[in-house]
Design a binder for this molecule. Structure first.
Ligand code: FE2
Length: 348
């Protein structure tokens, strides 16, 4: 509940001060009245007033100056200027300095009462607006905090869900690889080599992470290939090889609903592309193949030839595997990736 309006009167003429005090008290206001600009300014600085009525011409003081000072301290201050020196110029000066109204002397009761009511109504309006704005901004803050809190919780839940999905897929891959002793840990190894290559090529950490994820998932599409084709000892028929060639696309289809994987899916679908454009499934050449996929291709081939295969008479030595990679620079593999591979293969 708001109390009575507080008004400050600054006028050097006692008769005017008393007239205004009577008028304002009749209007239910509490009033302070001072005779000089200096006292008026001091009082206005120390107390909060709903309305200030100031004489334009105070002895020794420029009314305009005082209005500007008061408004600088409180931009919402409502000021009525009264003056015995009525002129358009004075009126303009007062309004320009921030006065709310301008009442020339002599004024009658009705005229001044009207000006005071109008000024107090405006003050009330400004105060109500400010209060409402404060309340709204307080509410907004509470809402913002709630939204932030919920967003954080959702983010945590989303991360949990992502991890569950990834664990399920990884479990699927492990189950698939475990069926065949020759491919056990293949995806894990490919991820390990790919990460080492990506780091050697100074790729940013978010890209290394993407490559790691893609490498772990790269053969998920083999779930959709018949075991008898996948694990066939000996040479594959053309038809069987065509089936095998579908696995990057099948992987893309399996992973597509997991949109958080982003461009990792692209790396998976491109991991059998060749640098000379003769790979599958798209035949994308050279640097048009995503770099991560070119890295996974080298890591994948290296691990595949290092592992025993059912159709192979004997296991390759590490030197033979390295030689196999070297032989395919520029045809199957990106020379930049192989250069990085040669620098770090001793650590594999
Ligand atoms: Fe593959």
């Amino acid at each position: 509940m708001e109390g009575p309006s507080k008004v400050l009167v600054i006028d050097d003429e006692e008769i005017i001060r008393n007239f205004l005090i009577d008028l304002l008290v009749d209007q239910g206001c509490t009033v302070k009245a001072v005779a000089t600009g200096e006292a008026g300014y001091e009082t206005a600085m120390n107390e909060d007033f709903d309305l200030i009525i100031i004489d334009f011409m105070l002895p020794g003081d420029d009314g305009l100056n005082i209005i500007e000072h008061i408004r600088r301290n409180d931009p919402d201050a409502i000021i009525i200027v009264i003056t015995g020196y009525n002129s358009i110029e004075n009126m303009r000066g007062a309004l320009r300095a921030g006065a709310f109204d301008y009442v020339p002397k002599p004024f009658d009761l009705e005229q001044m009462t009207f000006a005071v009511r109008r000024a107090l109504a405006s003050r009330h309006h400004v105060k109500t607006n400010k209060r409402l704005m404060k309340e709204v901004s307080g509410q907004n803050k509470i809402l913002e905090e709630k939204v932030q809190e919920r967003t954080q919780k959702l983010q945590v839940a989303y991360e949990d869900l992502k991890n569950v999905y990834l664990r399920i897929i990884t479990a699927l891959i492990s189950a698939m690889e475990a069926k065949d002793s020759y491919t056990a840990h293949h995806s894990e190894n490919v991820a390990k080599y790919s990460v080492a290559l990506a780091k050697e090529m100074m790729l940013p950490s978010d890209e290394v992470e993407l490559i790691d994820r893609a490498a772990q998932l790269h053969d998920i599409g083999k779930i959709g290939i018949l075991d008898m084709v996948l694990n066939k000892p000996g040479k594959l028929t053309e038809e069987e090889f065509d089936q095998i060639k579908q696995h990057p696309l099948k992987a893309g289809e399996i992973l597509k609903p997991l949109d958080f994987l982003g461009s990792a899916i692209q790396l998976v679908t491109h991991h059998h592309e060749r640098y000379d454009g003769r790979g599958y499934p798209f035949g994308t050449p050279g640097d048009q193949i995503p770099l991560g996929a070119r890295i996974i291709a080298v890591a994948d081939t290296y691990d595949a030839i290092m592992s025993e295969r059912p159709y192979r008479v004997r296991q390759f030595t590490k030197e033979e595997c390295i030689e196999e990679i070297r032989k395919n620079i520029g045809s199957q593999f990106d020379p930049k990736v192989v250069a990085a591979f040669m620098r770090i293969v001793d650590n594999f």
